[in-house]
Design a protein around this ligand. Sequence first.
Ligand code: TA6
Length: 319
Amino acid sequence: MATALNTQFGINGQLKFREDAPVKGTPPDTRPVGGLGAASGLIVAEINNALGSASVCLQGAHLMSWQPKSQPVPVVWLSRDTQPAVGKSIRGGAPVCWPWFGAHATESSFSGHGYARTVPWQVIESGTEPNGATRLTLRLVESDKTRAQWPHDCNVDLTVIVGETLRMELTTENTGSTDFVIGEALHTYFQIGDIGAVRVTGLEGCDYWDKVGGSSLRTQDGAISFSGETDRVYINSAAECVIHDDKLKRRIHIAKSGSFSTVVWTPWVEKANKMGDMGQPDGWREMVCVESANAIENVVKIAAGTRHTLIVEYRAESA
Ligand code: TA6
């Protein structure tokens, strides 16, 4: 399958597809950066151009890593303990949460954050941008399983543009005859030096649902800093956020459009240990999620015959 993809969509020296075929005896900790375990059997698009590099697992259209050439450390975090497999979510990168965010409204048996991140997506387009960045577009492959959870006619595409910046465009097209409502997020894990040495700005004065210990509506006072489990859905905000990393001495700019919620999350030690795939012993200290979303009050109605796109653009600079 990787061969056929390389023939149709590969770009010499920039974009190639590989299958993580089971390789006997390969210890999991020898995998390439942003790679998968030795026996995932999943297809990965490896992107490497003069501006930056990234890897995207076709399952879930899951960007797993991104590192601009200007940055000595990746900007997107991937757990060293993640054990991807067919039908299983990957810990880290930029999971696509769709067509709902968080728990399903009525069906407790449906996966949290929707099914999009654990089902196959197919390549529909690739190319090179005028500035030399690499573009790849994937489309969710519908099946009986997806239709059982989402009985609406639609196309869902993710376009990833990898360069000195990282742009992702999540488009939902309602091709049916009835309106529907989606919740969604690009649930991105950002690489940081230490959770105790970062602040997030841009959400000052914004209301948010605090999900730690229930769900309370509060208002953000000043910059966000971290001293414990933090799980907040900021609502009614299109603001750009910035992660200020005093340890790595860099800032990560998170610009967005078509998104009116921003989720800020760190599991902290107790929850991270329970999750078990955050990179023992303290991988959780090296990531923070700042997710561009449409959730809770900000879910999106997509009228029949129309489309909606959520866009993010990330940029890292030395501080
Ligand atoms: O976006 C924050 C959050 O909803 C947290 O509550 C936590 O559950 C996190 O997502 C991870 O969810 P996952 O389903 O990927 O384990």
